[in-house]
Design a protein around this ligand. Structure first.
Ligand code: ADP
Ligand code: ZN
Length: 217
C-alpha cells in the first residue's frame, strides 16, 4: 500500500511529480490546492470563504482543510494508496492526519520531500501556467506544452494562477518556512522522510521516485 505525502516549497515540483505518479502507480492525486480552486470556481460557500485567503498566499484555516482531506481520504479509491500534495502544511494538520489515518486505516507510509533554492522557486512560479481542468503544470520557459497555451494531457486552455504573482509568492514562501518546514523533522523522527533534489530535472526526479516506490510497494 502506497500512502504518500509530497512535501516541498511552492514551485519545487510536487504537482508535476504527483501527476506522473498518479498515472504510473494508479493512485489518486489529492491536491488540497486543486480542491480549493475547484470550490472557488464552482462558487460554493467553501470556495467563497477561502478565495481571498488563497489569492493573498495565506493558509486556509486548519479545520476547513482537515475536513476536506478527511472526506476525500475516506473515499474508496484511496483504499490501495494515495498521493497527498499540499497537505499537511502545518503541525496541527499533520497531527490530524495521524489521527484520521488510524481511524480509517490509511496511515501515511512515505514522505517525499523535494527541495530547490528560493531563486529557482521564484523563477519557476513566475513562468508557471496550469491546466484548470486536470491540474497539469507547465512553464513558459522550461516546461513548455507541445502547443502554446494548451494542456498536453487534456487539451484545455492553460491559465496563470491568481496567486502566482510576486507578492503572493512571498507570503507562500514565508508560510512554508514558518509553518510547513517544521514538518520535515516531525516525519524524519518517524523514519518516513525521503529527501530529493528538485533541481535534477523532472524526468530524472520521476525515475528516482519510481525507484523508491517500487521498493516500497
Ligand atoms: P503551491 O504548493 O504551489 O503553493 P497549492 O496549489 O498547493 O500551491 O496551494 C495553493 C493555496 O491553497 C495555498 O497557498 C493555500 O492558500 C491553500 N492551501 C492548499 N493546501 C493547504 C493546506 N494544507 N493548508 C492550508 N492552506 C492550503
Ligand atoms: Zn489538462
Amino acid at each position: 500500500m502506497l500512502n504518500i505525502i509530497l512535501m516541498g516549497p511552492p514551485g519545487a515540483g510536487k504537482g508535476t511529480q504527483a501527476v506522473k505518479l498518479e498515472r504510473a502507480f494508479k493512485l489518486p492525486h489529492i491536491s488540497t490546492g486543486d480542491m480549493f480552486r475547484e470550490e472557488i470556481s464552482s462558487g460554493s460557500e467553501l470556495g467563497n470563504q477561502v478565495k481571498a485567503i488563497i489569492e493573498k498566499g495565506d493558509l486556509v484555516p486548519d479545520e476547513l482543510t482537515v475536513a476536506i482531506v478527511k472526506a476525500r481520504l475516506s473515499k474508496d479509491d484511496c483504499a490501495a494508496g494515495y498521493i497527498l500534495d499540499g497537505f499537511p502544511r502545518t503541525i496541527p494538520q499533520a497531527e490530524a492526519l495521524e489521527k484520521m489515518g488510524e481511524e480509517i486505516g490509511r496511515k501515511v507510509g512515505l514522505v517525499i520531500n523535494i527541495s530547490a533554492p528560493d531563486e529557482e522557486l521564484v523563477r519557476r512560479i513566475g513562468g508557471r501556467r496550469v491546466c484548470p481542468k486536470c491540474g497539469a503544470s507547465y512553464n513558459v520557459v522550461s516546461m513548455k506544452p507541445r502547443k502554446e497555451g494548451i494542456c498536453d494531457r487534456c487539451g484545455s486552455p492553460l491559465i496563470q494562477r491568481k496567486d502566482d504573482n510576486e507578492a503572493s509568492f512571498k507570503v507562500r514562501l514565508a508560510n512554508y518556512y514558518k509553518s510547513t518546514a517544521p514538518l520535515l523533522s516531525f516525519y524524519k523522527g518517524k523514519g518516513l522522510l525521503h529527501d530529493f533534489d528538485g533541481m535534477v530535472g523532472s524526468d530524472k526526479l520521476f525515475e528516482e521516485l519510481r525507484t523508491l516506490l517500487n521498493v516500497s510497494e
